[in-house]
Design a protein around this ligand. Sequence first.
Ligand SMILES: [Zn+2]
Ligand SMILES: [Zn+2]
Length: 265
Amino acid sequence: MTYQSLITAMKNFRSTQDRSSFDQVCLEIEHHKHNKMTRKDMVMLVDAYACIGKYALASSLCEMIPNKSKKEFKKYQTIKNKPDLHFTFVELSQMDTSQLPTFTYCPNPLESGILSFGAPEVCDCCGEVVTIYSEAGLYCMEEVHLLCPHCIHSGKAAKKFNGTFQQMHEFVSKPHANYELSCCTPGYISWQGEYWPAHCDDHCAFIGFVGANELDDLGIWDTVEHTTAYDINVLQEYMRDGGDLQGYLFQCLHCKTYVLYADAS
Ligand SMILES: [Zn+2]
Ligand SMILES: [Zn+2]
């Protein structure tokens, strides 16, 4: 029996996390499950169950695998300790975002890409399993990789780890606004660390990751203010979303002026 279709289904599910690829993995599991399973069959099915978060089934199958290597033993020990995951399968476009807190300086956290929607992960602060999170980390002594929107918004994560989310930002005259930006607003992943501009004596809102093409589409080259060391011609020629010269677009919450920051690898 070959496993190619099972491997493909698992790979698809890992990248899409959607309902149809989940169902495909389940179908493949049924197809590969039979009474006289070889050791190889069992190893493959343990991986498949773990892939779709069915850890209880994976771990009972682990018990049946004979002559486990040290490495396998260790891996299966981890599987045993995990609770089953329950996927929600909501496409980003139809996702219920009513439970998301409102970030003053990042009004559209999913669309702007500052928060991601993906495979269930554990929040480093509250320990809850979440599918919407920030991976930009926190500037603090401990290693913090993944935080849920609520632990960021409430200031709980910044307080718990005694850290701040922005590497650099301008200071505005309202002290609470400075606290809100540095302790309750997710950072954005950048090449050289965040810089968060201000305008009209308030912090700007993060709009998204951009390249020259995105600014062309918005038609804002004539009005955008930029706080970078780069000449506008260099930005127009070389700035690419996902490239070595990356742009970060902000907008003033008061006068609506766009403000661009960019950095390079
Ligand atoms: Zn949390
Ligand atoms: Zn302004």
